[in-house]
Design a protein. Structure first.
Lengths: 317, 317
C-alpha cells in the first residue's frame, strides 16, 4: 500500500481531516471527518482507479480500459485514464445522477448506459472488454483498487497523529467494500487500536449481515435507497475476506438519517457530501455508535450530488 | 505577521488550497481556491479575532470584549473569546443571516441586535464598551486584526510554492479591507510578482472606486446586495493606506454572478461558500480578470449561508 501512496503522490489530493468544534461538543467526543468530496473527481474512487491504471503495461494502456459503475468509480477511472492517456469506456446505469454521467463524459470517457433493473452490468462490461481487448477495472474486488482506496486510511492515521489524537473508531461508507477493506489494511498497522465499522443503507446492509453471518449474504434485489453509490448486491470476495478479520461490525442508516447528515455537513462543515458519502456521518449523528468520550473518524466518501437532491436534504425532515 | 501565524498555530485551520481541474481547464489557466469556509467558525474572520484577543492583558480579558459585525467577525470574536475564556458582547444587525446569529450565540457570546438602516453600530459598540470597561475589537481597521487575516496570504504563498506554482494574481473579497490589506502585506514579500485585486458587489464597490480616486470614497447608503458580509460603507483608514500601495485594482460583481459562483463552488469544488465569500470566484468566472495562461488564486472567504439562500443559488439563473 506504500507503493499505492507513492503512485498517488501529486496526483490525488491529500484531503483534509475536518473537525467542527460544535459537532464534537454535541457528540461529547471528537468527530473527525475525512473530506473525500475534495478529492479529484469528488470522491475517493480516483485513488483506486489511478493506482490500478498506473500499473498497466504499454500494450494495455493502448488497448484501453472498461469499467462499470454507478458513477463515482466511473469518474475515477475516466479521470485516471485521461491523466494517463488511456482510452476508457464506462458502463453506467441509465438512472445514475446526471452530474456523475456528465462528469464522466467530461473526462473524455465513452459512456454506455444500461438498465440497472433489467441488465447485468458485469456482463456488458466483460463483453465490451472482450470485443476491444481492453482491461476491465473492477469497482472494488481488486487488489490494486483496494490498495488505492486504502491510502485514505493511511492519511487518516497520519493526520490524527499530527493532531495528537488516538483514534478509537473509524466509520466507513460501504458498498462492495473496497474503501473499507483498503482502510482496514492500512489501519491494522497504523492505528491497530481503532475499531472499524461499515456504514450502509438500511435494507442494503449486506456487509453488516455478512459480518454477523460469517459468510457473504446478498441484499434483497427489491431494496431501494437514496444512496446511489451504495447499492452493490453483496460484499466482494476479496473485500469480505479482509473485512471479516478486520471490521468490528456494521451500522445501517435510513434515507432520512442520511439526508439529515447531508444537511449537517452543509451547516457545520461547509462540505458538499452526497447521500452515499454521508452514510458514516449519519451513523454517528444518529447514535448508532456512541461517540461520547471517544475520538471517532468518519469518511465522507464523496460529494457528487445533483442540486435537486441536495436541495431536498436542506429542506429539512 | 509571523507572530500572528505563531499565535494561530493549532488554533486556526490551515485551510486547503483547492483546485478543480475542470474549472482550470474551462478558464485556460490554473485556478486555486483558498477554502476559508473550512476555517474555524466558517470564515477567515477567526484569524484576526483570535490574533487580537490573544494579545489582551489579564485585566482586559476579565473585562471582556465588544464587537460589531454583520456576522462573520461576530462568530470569529465569539469563538476566539470562548477559547480564551473572555466574555464577549456582539452587536449584530437584526437582519443578519439566522445561521450567523445562532452560531454567535452558540459560541457563548451575548448578542445585541440593532437596525442596520436606522442605528449606528459603531456608536452602540462604543457605548457598551464604555459601560463595561470592555475592549472594542474592530472588524477590520486594526493592526492585530489585519495581521491575523494576513495569515491567509502567508498560507496561499506557501501552498502555491508547494505545488511548484508561481502566482500571477490573487483576488480577495473586500468589505472594510482587513483581509485584503493583511494578504497584501503578506504577499508583498512572499509573492511580490502577484497582482492583487479586491472583489466587491457592484454598487458597493467603494474599494474599487477609492483605488481609482486615490482617496477613500463611500458607497451610496441606498445600495443593496445579497453579499451581507461586504456592506462596509467605505474602506478603513489603515486598510486603505495599505491597499492603495499594494492592490492593483478593484473588480465588481453582480448578485447574479455571485450566485452563479456559489453554484459552481457546489458543483465543482464541493465547497459551501456564502454569497460574500464567492465574490472573488465570481469575478474570475465572469471574466472580470482574464485567467488564461495564468495562475490565479481566489479566496473563498466564508461559508455561513442560510439554506434558503443556498437553495436559491442552486436553482440556477
Amino acid at each position: 500500500m506504500a507503493a499505492a501512496a507513492e503512485r498517488l503522490e501529486g496526483r490525488a489530493v491529500r484531503t483534509p481531516l475536518l473537525e467542527s468544534p460544535a459537532l464534537s461538543a454535541r457528540l461529547g467526543g471528537r468527530l473527525l471527518v475525512k473530506a473525500e468530496p475534495l478529492q479529484r473527481t469528488g470522491s475517493f474512487k480516483f485513488r483506486g482507479a489511478f493506482n490500478a491504471l498506473a500499473q498497466l503495461d504499454p500494450a494495455q494502456r493502448r488497448a484501453g480500459v472498461v469499467a462499470y459503475s454507478s458513477g463515482n468509480h466511473a469518474q475515477g477511472v475516466a479521470a485516471a485514464a485521461q491523466l494517463l492517456d488511456v482510452p476508457a469506456t464506462i458502463v453506467m446505469p441509465a438512472d445514475a445522477p446526471a452530474i456523475k454521467v456528465a462528469n464522466t463524459k467530461g473526462y473524455g470517457a465513452e459512456v454506455v448506459l444500461y438498465d440497472r433493473f433489467g441488465e447485468d452490468r458485469e456482463a456488458i462490461g466483460r463483453r465490451i472488454a472482450a470485443e476491444r481487448g481492453a482491461v476491465l477495472v473492477p469497482p472494488f474486488d481488486d487488489p490494486r483498487v483496494i490498495a488505492g482506496q486504502g491510502t485514505t486510511g493511511i492519511e487518516i492515521a497520519r493526520q490524527a497523529e499530527a493532531l495528537g489524537l488516538r483514534i478509537d473508531a473509524v466509520v466507513i461508507p460501504c458498498s462492495g467494500g473496497g474503501l473499507a477493506a483498503g482502510c482496514a489494511l492500512a489501519l491494522a498497522t497504523l492505528a491497530p487500536e481503532a475499531a472499524l465499522y461499515s456504514a450502509e443503507p438500511a435494507g442494503l446492509d449486506d456487509t453488516r449481515r455478512s459480518l454477523e453471518a460469517g459468510m457473504r449474504v446478498a441484499n434483497d434485489p427489491a431494496a431501494r435507497s437514496i444512496c446511489d453509490a451504495l447499492l452493490a448486491a453483496m460484499p466482494g470476495e476479496l473485500t469480505f475476506a479482509v473485512g471479516r478479520r478486520l471490521i468490528a461490525g456494521g451500522l445501517a442508516v435510513s434515507d432520512a438519517e442520511v439526508l439529515r447528515a447531508v444537511a449537517v455537513a452543509f451547516a457545520e462543515l461547509k462540505l458538499v457530501v452526497e447521500p452515499s458519502g454521508a452514510a458514516a456521518l449519519a451513523a454517528v449523528l444518529a447514535g448508532k455508535l456512541d461517540a461520547a468520550g471517544k475520538t471517532v473518524a468518519v469518511i465522507a466518501s464523496g460529494g457528487n450530488v445533483d442540486p435537486e437532491v441536495f436541495v431536498s436534504a436542506l429542506g429539512g425532515d
